[in-house]
Design a protein. Structure first.
Length: 200
């Protein structure tokens, strides 16, 4: 467990050759949980899902390193959610994620924040009432995610970060990215102009 308060707990698991972060957000009262990115090591993730009460998977985006366990979690009866723009990148899915809506996890409320740029359907998740923001591959310590791909758009990811993350969340918000260590908006926000100047 990497974080908890009276109502919620957050677990992080690092899986696969690209060391993807998989997060489980769990309601302490009900025991219901959701898993962010069924990335890899499906056997391990299915054990985690069973142990922690996972009833849904929310995909931050459709890149292959984030979806390797999608088919196996669906076969286990766990619904997979993804943004429409990235849905075709998945082998299969159950539901589409809209922007700025609440995904209920027991008593918890995970709000969707569409943050395109890394991919058209990239989406972040804010755990309401806490300082937790799961940014996928949109925002890392030190800058935006990679946009040097067919799906990437640097101007778009900068706009997402500036308007939908920096402009919408408090400085003490902790970002939990799709790979690597967490950071805070207070640490990252002052460097936006540097990222724009360097172009990545």
């Amino acid at each position: 467990m990497v974080w908890s308060d009276a109502t919620a707990e957050v677990h992080r698991f690092v899986v696969g050759p690209f060391e993807n972060n998989v997060y489980v957000v769990r309601c302490r009262r009900t025991g219901v949980a959701t898993l962010l990115d069924a990335a890899n090591e499906h056997d391990r993730l299915l054990r985690v899902a069973k142990d922690l009460g996972v009833t849904s998977v929310l995909e931050t985006h459709g890149h292959w390193d984030h979806i390797q366990a999608v088919e196996q979690v669906r076969e286990a009866g766990i619904d997979v959610w993804v943004r429409a723009e990235d849905a075709a990148m998945l082998p299969s899915y159950d539901h589409l994620l809209d922007d700025d809506v609440v995904h209920h996890v027991g008593d918890l409320r995970l709000r969707t924040v569409h943050t395109p740029g890394h991919t058209p359907g990239s989406i972040s998740f804010a755990l309401e009432g806490t300082p937790m923001l799961f940014t996928g591959d949109t925002l890392f310590p030190g800058g935006p995610g990679n946009t040097a791909t067919a799906e990437g758009d640097f101007a778009q990811i900068i706009a997402s970060i500036e308007e939908r993350i920096f402009g919408a969340f408090e400085a003490d918000t902790t970002i939990w990215p799709g790979h690597g260590a967490p950071s805070t908006l207070a640490v990252e926000r002052p460097h936006l102009d540097e990222w724009i100047a360097r172009g990545w």
